[in-house]
Each structure stands twice: as structure tokens, then as C-alpha cells.
Ligand binder design. Structure first.
Ligand SMILES: [Zn+2]
Length: 431
């Protein structure tokens, strides 16, 4: 199973902080004017040039900015709230208040304040961009998407490239693959070498079953960025994708994918006795969790439930097993393994009949190609996929909704599809 490298959102959450200095300067300008005014009218006296309220406001802004600089956002947001209460008719106060709330993790209130700041047209692009980030963090994806579209409608748009990439990543998350692809293509039309767009688009083609386009885009990425951090992984992925033996039918609706799954060779277990399976404990492995061994057992349960003639049983020692399963942090060195794989299974036939499987080995990787931990869903989907291979499904499906789809996906398949079940059932009932 080929892993997709992480989607690069193309930005660290970008704060539009310059507004802070602007806040002080505009307030200061106003205070200066007032000061000039009071000086003009009260020429005889050389007393204070600021009213107590103005003084208080300036003090509050300074204190809030100091707290922001110290990353004490909970406290600074309380002061910005007072600034907004004293001077409600100023964009800056609302924007600074919103950013402090946002940074303090108070998303709902931040959204309200960003919207209050939007009543002024100044800084509209920055406010919308921040608001979209807040919506995204608040898991309000449709609102985040609408807000980015609103931001992209502003012309001219110096942040357009970045906003298109953000929008594409959000669209992908909601499953709007075609729209996401279109957004990356807009970026690449203007800037064919855009590293993030090339990287994410290639991955998106990969996980949506568009193998040819994926290989072409990964190659383009390598052409422009041969020394990128991920280049070794990308080369591996291209190798893996070239070896995938499916017709690239992402919307394949046939009732099974038996032809693809058995094209290389017809391999099956004898069904007279249960397959003995050893599952190594996963607790000690880095990046691993105790429940991981259960995921492998669940995978054997699911596949054998769909195949009435096939039974399995767990054994305590590897020496007694037909199938041995291990969790690893990295694939072993060697040409048959690839760093882009999330799992690997190898089958050995029997001497008397090459179509009968004699033994098998399953490796499940607990860390991503980048060395990060992977989600439980992803591990479950890799287990399901590799056990499918172990039971004799020797090829892949081109449909991302099947467990035997060749790549990992943002929506990991954790249950067998109807097509998976029909395919394995057909394998064990065919002559
Ligand atoms: Zn596979």
C-alpha cells in the first residue's frame, strides 16, 4: 500500500500582526490631533494635553501589546475587549481583539470579532484570511471555504496563490476532489513551478485513483525540486505507482475487481484447516499502541467472515504459525521494500502447488514516511489492506472506497466494501 506524503497546507497559520503597530499609530494619530486641539484651545495653560479617557486608551493598548508580545493572549484579549468597549468605532481594536482571542483558542468569539472588523473595508483581505483560519480550526469547513472564496474575489489579490492553496486543501478535506484539483491548477497556470501546488496535486491525483496524472505531476515536482526533502520518498512513490496494476478506474462500479486482484497469479490458502496466525505484540514498538494487534485480528475476522470456507486462528508462537505479523517503524532495507509503503506482505507458495499459499509475512509500519505517528484509522486501513494481500488478493483496486485501493487516503477505508467482499468470496469459490 503506497503512502501519500502529508498534504502541505502551504502556510503556517499566518498571523496578520502588522495591524498591531497600526493600531497604536492610528490611535496615536487621533490622540495627537486631540492634543493639538486642546493645546490650541487652552493656550494659556501648559497642563496635560490628553484627556483621562485618551490616556487610559493609550495605556490599555500599550499593555495589551506587551501581553501579546509575551504570548499571554488570554490576558491581552481582556484588555483588547476594554479597548473595543471604549472605542467601538475602530477597525483596529476589533482586529487586535479578534487576533488575541484567536491565539488564545477562543474561536467562536474570535469569529464574531473578525466579522465586526469586516464592517470596515480596510484590511479586508487579512481579516477574511484570518477568519477562514478560525473557521477551519473550529471545524466549520463550509464557512471557511465560503470565506476564502470571498477573499479571492478581492482584486488585485497579492495573496491569491496562498489562498487558492488553502482553499484547495479545505475542498479536499470535504471530499470535493475535482474542485480541489481545479484550485491547484489555477495556481500552476500562474506559476508552473509552485512547489506546494505540485506536491499536493500529485498526492491528490494519487489518492483519487488518477495514476497517470499522479505520476506525471510527481515527475514534474522532481524535475523542479530534485533536492527537496521528500524527493527520495517521491521517487519511491513513482516506482510504486508504476508497478500498480490497475486500469486507474477511480469510479469503477463493477461488482468486484477479481480480474485485477488475480491478474499476476492465482494464489489461495487451503481451506480444510484454519490458517494459523501469529501477531506480534505491538506495545513496545515506537509509535505503536496496544490496540494495533487487535486491528490485525479484526482484519482477519472481517476478510474470513466474507469468505465462508476460510477460517483462521491465532497462535501464541511464531514458530507454529502460517502467517507471521509484525509491527515495524521502518521497512527493512532491500529492493522489495519501499519507504513509501505503509505495510507490506509477502507470500510463499507451496512446492507441490504454486497456487497454494504455504506461508506469509505481514509488516505494518507504525510511522509515516516522514517519521510521524499515523492515525488509528490509517493503521486499521493498512491492516485490512495487507491481510487482503495475505489471503490471496494479489493485485489492487482502482477505487478509493475499496480496502484494496493501492494508496492511503484521507478517508481511510476501515471496513470492507461490498466489492472487497465479493472479490474475496469469488477467489475462494472459483475453480
Ligand atoms: Zn497493496
Amino acid at each position: 500500500m503506497i503512502n501519500r506524503p502529508q498534504v502541505n497546507m502551504g502556510y503556517e497559520r499566518r498571523w496578520f500582526l502588522f495591524i498591531h503597530s497600526l493600531a497604536l499609530s492610528t490611535l496615536a494619530v487621533q490622540l495627537d490631533l486631540n492634543a493639538a486641539h486642546s493645546q490650541a484651545t487652552v493656550t494659556e495653560t501648559s497642563t496635560t494635553t490628553q484627556s483621562p479617557a485618551e490616556n487610559e486608551l493609550e495605556q490599555l493598548v500599550k499593555q495589551a501589546e506587551t501581553l501579546d508580545a509575551e504570548k499571554k493572549y488570554e490576558e491581552s484579549s481582556k484588555l483588547w475587549q476594554q479597548v473595543v468597549a471604549i472605542a467601538p468605532n475602530k477597525l483596529d481594536g476589533h482586529f487586535c481583539y479578534a487576533v488575541a482571542l484567536h491565539r488564545a483558542g477562543n474561536l467562536v468569539k474570535a469569529e464574531t470579532e473578525y466579522k465586526a472588523a469586516l464592517k470596515w473595508k480596510a484590511e479586508e483581505l487579512n481579516i477574511l484570511s484570518n477568519l477562514a483560519d478560525a473557521y477551519k480550526e473550529d471545524k466549520k469547513l463550509p464557512e471557511a471555504i465560503d470565506t476564502l472564496k470571498q477573499a479571492l474575489a478581492i482584486q488585485p489579490n497579492p495573496a491569491a496563490e496562498q489562498l487558492h492553496i488553502k482553499l484547495a486543501a479545505l475542498l479536499e478535506e470535504t471530499g470535493a476532489t475535482d474542485e480541489a484539483i481545479a484550485q491547484y491548477q489555477v495556481v500552476l497556470e500562474a506559476d508552473p513551478r509552485n512547489e506546494i501546488a505540485l506536491h499536493n496535486l500529485a498526492g491528490l491525483f494519487q489518492i483519487s485513483g488518477q495514476i497517470k496524472q499522479s505520476i506525471a505531476t510527481w515527475k514534474c515536482f522532481l524535475k523542479y525540486y530534485p533536492k527537496a526533502e521528500q524527493s527520495a520518498v517521491v521517487r519511491d512513490i513513482i516506482k510504486g505507482l508504476n508497478a500498480v496494476d490497475v486500469a486507474g478506474k477511480s469510479n469503477d462500479n463493477a461488482s468486484d475487481y477479481y480480474e485485477e486482484a488475480t491478474k499476476k497469479s492465482l494464489l489461495r490458502w487451503k481451506t480444510a484447516v484454519p490458517i494459523k496466525v501469529f501477531i506480534a505484540p505491538s506495545e513496545q514498538m515506537k509509535g505503536s499502541k496496544p490496540q494495533y494487534s487487535k486491528y490485525l485480528a479484526d482484519a482477519f475476522d472481517e476478510w474470513t467472515l466474507a469468505t465462508p470456507s476460510l477460517k483462521w486462528q491465532r497462535v501464541e508462537f511464531a514458530k507454529d504459525a502460517d502467517v507471521v505479523c509484525y509491527y515495524v517503524t521502518a521497512m527493512p532495507k532491500g529492493s522489495i521494500f519501499s519507504t513509501s509503503e505503509g505495510g507490506h506482505s509477502s507470500l510463499v507458495g507451496t512446492e507441490s502447488d504454486p497456487h497454494i499459499i504455504g506461508s506469509a509475512k505481514v509488516l505494518i509500519k507504525t510511522l509515516s514516511a516522514e517519521g510521524d505517528s499515523v492515525s488509528d484509522e490509517e493503521i486499521r486501513s493498512v491492516c485490512l489492506h495487507e491481510v487482503g494481500h495475505t489471503l490471496g488478493l494479489n493485485g489492487h483496486s482502482g477505487n478509493p472506497k475499496d480496502a484494496m485501493f493501492y494508496s492511503t487516503s484521507p478517508h481511510p477505508v476501515v471496513e470492507l466494501s461490498a466489492r472487497d467482499k465479493s472479490t474475496i468470496a469469488r477467489l475462494y469459490t472459483s475453480k
